[in-house]
Design a binder for this molecule. Structure first.
Ligand SMILES: Nc1ncnc2c1ncn2[C@@H]1O[C@H](COP(=O)(O)OP(=O)(O)OP(=O)(O)O)[C@@H](O)[C@H]1O
Length: 362
């Protein structure tokens, strides 16, 4: 069956700033929009303000400055505050928040107070069918697996046909084996329902799997927004790059348009001569062999990880081991002195002044 929503809406945040009563600023001038029907992932480390932004959109928290719009209508802003129940915004929490003493149908029916009892029942059954759990309507939540409970929470949020669905770390309570399947099912249901969705996660891979676009937050500021590929290939700074892949970092100065590192000279066309730079090399960015190559290295340790192995390499001039991931079987079991070549596509060069370094430099 097709799962309808009332309309696919655009939810926009315009210059949102917020602080809790304790004083510290949680969000600083965040401007961002989820386009109609898209899944936007809000990604960032713990404490970066993701949940607070969702709470402001839902009307559980109020911003100090800025506006929230649903399509053209301001739902929160100077002198305007639409109560949560009038916003047409659904919420799914991390812990599913199902009522243990209510049947699954009654859990889903809970938010449908504006409808007559028979209409509410019908709409709740439609929502349960949408997530494939209609046969459990009269059962209680404890008989369901974690993944099924998550689907009930999703059905409950979708039952009132919200224009926008907000999901706060919706898969974090599931074990890793279940997570992939539930995530894929959730994405299918979101696509079918055509709701605009904002999904909070601190896991870059989850954001890449789910998001049509990703917005990365750090310390209450929006750092970069784009597709997974944009953020991976063209990160705006080493923080963004480091969120999507592990990096070896080196610092150096731009001399004759390039930065010298123990792994070679890397062009820095966008940087000023003499400027301090950070050169970041992804762990996947190495070719290794025992016959010959550009840079000599000695294997300090190697760890089998299945498809790939993790190498720690002593490289002349580097004051820390260089880390690399290569396909298992590339090096012989007893290999010690080897050669490495760096893959240019896995090297990113940044101006150092644009970033306070994370401290991870080789
Ligand atoms: N009710 C509150 N009162 C005071 N400070 C709070 C409150 N809730 C959150 N904070 C603080 O606000 C900041 C942002 O928290 P928020 O929960 O929005 O971040 P988050 O990115 O969702 O983090 P997490 O992934 O850990 O949930 C944190 O420093 C947090 O400690």
């Amino acid at each position: 069956m097709t799962a309808g929503v009332s309309f696919a809406a655009r939810l926009s945040f315009e210059g949102i700033s917020h602080s809790y009563a304790s004083g510290a600023e949680t969000l600083r001038d965040v401007s961002l929009a989820a386009e109609p029907g898209e899944v936007l992932c809000l990604l960032g480390p713990s404490g970066s303000g993701k949940t607070t932004l969702l709470r402001i959109a839902a009307g559980i928290e109020t911003q100090n400055a800025g506006r929230i719009r649903l399509n053209d209508r301001v739902i929160a802003g100077p002198g305007v505050f639409l109560p949560p129940e009038q916003r047409s915004i659904g919420l799914v929490f991390q812990d599913f928040a199902l009522f243990p003493h209510l049947t699954i149908l009654d859990n889903v029916r809970f938010g449908l107070t504006a409808l007559s009892p028979s209409e509410a029942r019908r709409e709740a059954m439609i929502a349960l069918e949408r997530v494939g759990l209609e046969t459990y309507a009269s059962a209680y939540p404890h008989v369901l697996s974690g993944g099924e409970q998550q689907r009930v929470a999703l059905a409950r949020a979708l039952a009132p046909r919200p224009a926008v669905l907000l999901m706060d770390e919706p898969f974090s309570g599931l074990d890793s084996r279940l997570k992939d399947a539930v995530r894929a099912e959730t994405l299918d249901i979101l696509r079918q329902s055509r709701a605009t969705a904002i999904v909070v996660t601190h896991d870059a891979e989850e954001a890449m799997r789910m998001g049509d676009r990703i917005a990365l937050l750090k310390d209450g500021r929006l750092v970069q927004t784009g597709t997974a590929e944009d953020l991976y290939r063209n990160p705006s700074d080493p923080f963004v790059a480091g969120f999507f892949s592990e990096l070896n970092e080196f610092t150096g100065r731009v001399v004759s348009g390039a930065v010298e590192t123990p792994l070679g000279r890397f062009p820095a066309p966008d940087l000023t001569e003499g400027e301090e730079a950070i050169v970041a090399v992804r762990l996947s960015g190495f070719q290794v062999n025992q016959q010959g190559g550009t840079i000599p290295a000695r294997l300090a340790s190697r760890r089998f990880l299945g498809v790939v192995e993790h190498l720690e390499l002593a490289v002349p001039g580097a004051d820390r081991h260089v880390r690399a991931r290569v396909r298992c079987g590339t090096l012989a079991p007893g290999a010690r002195d080897i050669w490495i070549d760096v893959v240019p596509a896995d090297v990113l060069v940044f101006a150092r002044h644009s970033f306070e370094t994370s401290g991870e430099s080789a």
